[in-house]
Ligand binder design. Sequence first.
Ligand code: IVH
Length: 766
Amino acid sequence: MDLFEYSSRHEIDERSHYEELCRVVNHNNELYYAKATPEITDAEYDRLYHEIEEIETRHPEYKTAESPTQRVGNDLAEGFAKIKHPIPMLSIDDVFEHKAAPRQETDEELIDFYKRLGQALGEVSPHVVVEPKIDGCAVTLMYRGGELAYAATRGDGNVGDDITTNVRTVKSIPQKLPSGAPNVLEVRGEIFMPSAEFDELNAQRDAEGLPAFANPRNATAGTIKLLDATEVARRPLRFLAHGMGAYDGPPLHCMDDYEHLLAAMQIPYNKPILHAHSLDELRATVKEMDRRRRGLGFGTDGAVVKLNDFARRDELGTTARAPRWAAAFKYLPEQRETKLLGITVQVGRTGVLTPVAELEPVLISGSTVSRATLHNQDEIARKDVRIGDTVLVEKAGEIIPSVVKVVEAKRSAMAQPYSLSEAVGGVCPSCGAPVSKEEGQVAWRCTNFACPAQAVTRTSYFCSRAALDIENLGGVVAEALVNTGLIRTPLELFKLTREKLGALNLGTTKDPRRFGEKNASKAIDSLERARKFPMERWITAFGIPSIGSITAREVAKYHRDINELANSDYLRTLVELEDSISAYNKLNPESPSNKGKERAGLESQRAELLRRIHGSAATYMERGYLSLEPDGKNKLRLVNPIGSVSCRKLLAYWESSAGKHVLNELHELGILPVSDCYVQNPAEGKQGPLTGLTFVLTGALSIPRDEMERRISAAGGKASGSVTKKTSYLVAGEGGGSKREKAVKAGVPIIDEATLLRMMQPNEEL
Ligand code: IVH
């Protein structure tokens, strides 16, 4: 599965790696919150998110508004009216279970939470309740005068999407409450899909050639955001209440009161609710909940601990994010032992071969697991996984389970070590072409661009939302298209007719199943739409290794259209500059490795290199497409907005037969992807600390004059050659004669270089 390619650090430099991480996390955020199927596991998501945070602390300069750390997750979608929540819908703070370790409790965080709660209340043993944490979608149901007034999603916590029409199709939700209902009752709870019904739904989708949902929560999120309520009615949704928003009715003092009210109103409530009156009771109760939750028939990802008394809840209040009176205890993901029966090899979109564990089926968190990823050969070696081993498999509410480790104590003498390269015998298991492994990389790749396995994964990626967003062309359809020989490359999709596509057989010869005219029409329509999509979507769709949508957008800023990109002088210059600068830095006479070498010789070679570097950088520096910066002692650094590895991968792509083929096909199809974010001069019009100011430079400065001018324009200012009344400041270094006089005459203030540099700092008061 090539989902794991992005995490092989060896492949990409840090900047590209960072951008790719952001792309993957944002993309999955979108999938997670607004329907569809996420492509990575929750655990993987957390890991990637933390890696982004970690890189950002070391490289704050990488951070943009696009970073997932700068965005608030929300589920708001187009096509729905917005509803302002009378009381915000908050989150809950998590407390995590830990692996057993010496001198440490696995529920340490829970103990801390309970102690803090007690301290805040001035009570040693507060009375709390423990409930299952349902893994579904938060919704709020507003009843006014006993009638369902509206139903809404959490949205961003303050404003949600109006999903009343869809919610009215959920049978367990009453439209009208029995007599005696409070004037206002806002019930908060969870909509979810029970596990068995979820499996059934997926089986049905599979039979219809539709992509399967990754898990029940995603199926639910996708369903409540459907615009067609009759389709929603067909999906097995359920609702359970777990909280309260606005309320106007007889006073409620504690959980028991609320439970009684809901029971009387025939609103289904999340059960069981267990009570605890001390720390020991709480710890035992949380353990008890772990046992009970398995028999509930729906997914749970923890236990919610809440203070029982409502008046005391109000005393503690909430933070902007979550109430102080509740916590969600997150159980460690369930792990199970099973036998590793064999290892198969999957070929991904870019030809990466991924070993997959074929397991003796085992039930984990409510679903049967028979395959798990082994990532790559290095992982197999590191974990010393052998065929026939008993392995520990983990699934954290997710899609692709993974092999955690081998249970060594259960290893038999018969267990067979595995080598991916031996297993495939140097050839791709899908097409038989040779496989290769680049230096420093962990992955083996199929070298054949026309490999059918690649064609399938490349086509479904080409059609995915981040790329060209082609309706109805998921994995199953892509596979059928390639296998029946209708297409060999994604671009051949544009040659399909409605009739041909409609007649596509998604079943078997014995049991045929047509794709159908209606589905075909939708797909063809979105293909037509995609013809006019901006270049960055197309670059993303090509699936060039390490070029995700963020890098694609950056690339589109510097190239007008795909032809310019395919023959990019700019990319070539960046790569040449990287090489000459690294040669220049190596010739540094100050560097210890050059000790004993003749200084004059080094200096003259450097001077020659520097002349060449400036020669090729000049035009692009002027336009603000790159810059050269001093880098420590006597060294230079290239500021390359696209990133070194991305530049090389792009150049290699357009030189490869794959890239040439794509370009030709685009010409033939009459498709010319054009950039919609091209900037002639990115530095121009930029807002910064120097916006609106004009500077004239004179005398000797510590860095080259053109470099200083570039920095001024990068900070939003203008540099000009001669002093006029419009000049804001004259920046004077050592020496400098006539300009200084002119400035004095014109009343232009004169500052030194240090002052200018200080002015460039963001938010610095002078
Ligand atoms: S109480 C102020 N109880 O988990 C929020 N929430 O991760 C108090 N959830 O947004 C919510 N089961 O949608 C509560 N038994 C339960 C829950 C539960 C699931 C959801 C809820 C919340 C999210 C926070």
